[in-house]
Ligand binder design. Sequence first.
Ligand code: 13P
Length: 255
Amino acid sequence: MRKPIIAGNWKMNKTVAEALELVKDLRFKLENVSDVEIVVCPPFLAVQSVYQFLKGSNIKVGAQNCYFEKKGAFTGEVSPAMLKEAGCSFVILGHSERRQYFKESDEFINKKIKAVLPEGLLAIVCVGETLEEREKNIWKEVIKTQVTGGLKGITKEEVSKLVIAYEPVWAIGTGKVASKEQAQEVHKFIRDLFVKLYDKNTAEALRIQYGGSVKPDNISLLMSEPDIDGALVGGAALEAESFMKLVKFEKKAKQ
Ligand code: 13P
């Protein structure tokens, strides 16, 4: 059984003071939850304060990015060890906004994955097609390239330290959530890819999150699909009330 994982990607939102206000509310509202793994990913500057506040709770902290070098003259960058020390358990890598605005390639993302795992961080690796790629019906090729390129040289043992987030670019921040059938089709495709690249057990154990306009009123249906194991949430993770509803989504039997 794969434990559901609901993660909030706060993107470039929340000052430290605002971040603390949000997690104060969340810690209280979510204290009884044990059947879902909960992660919040604040901006770098708030990571440490958020971690200090959440220490000992059931909410883990993640970062939204990092660099692959250990240290040195890389102005503006943050290393995996720095994130670990600040309290991160997770790090999001290859988010479509980083691919799009900062031109991150699969090769670059691959270097980051290889750099974070030895530090004991778990990586949430994002993949997903654009609207144009979906309309051209080439999403399978796009996702296959992202997965194989991003995970080049990653061993079967290391896959257990990964979560894959399928985030169709056309669904991010648009209010246009993928239908549960569309999402399930891609999640199944990704899992089958892991069977081919690794083996059945590795693929079965892998958690695949869906991301893109996930809201309290659509999460239960998505989560009822057999290969959808969680959500990576942007907008709806910025308010305690809606994030709580997401974490406490109504569990329907998997189809
Ligand atoms: P929204 O939930 O705001 O669509 O963002 C999704 C996302 O990009 C999470 O990483």
